[in-house]
Write a protein of this length. Sequence first.
Length: 135
Amino acid sequence: DRANEKRVNSFAFAWMGLLVGANLMRQFTQVPEPFVLALLLASTIPGALFVKAYLKMLREADEMLRQMQYEALAVGFGAGVVCGMTAMFLFPQSPILGFATLMPMVIGFTIRVILAGRKIALESSSTEENDGVGK
């Protein structure tokens, strides 16, 4: 349902906004490090609320949406593990490890959701066309 999806997205944007904001402060301002650390720790609150809202959305979703989300989670998690483990051995002391794990997860999840959404849209439009043929 749309309300659950909006709640999930709102918490995700708040979480990411705090993380990006803290990182930008660390890189480009003279804000004291304890303030940046406090902001990073505060970001765990919308992060935890994001997880809670996502679980609620999955529990209340219809079977098709739930299956689509589970498949996207599997693809994203698998891509992150494979790329992260590979990067761990290619660049053992590099700060790239987090990026090499997170980005494939996000990209894999997003691509799978988009492809599944397109497939569902195509199937529903072909079903509507077939329903009109017999009348």
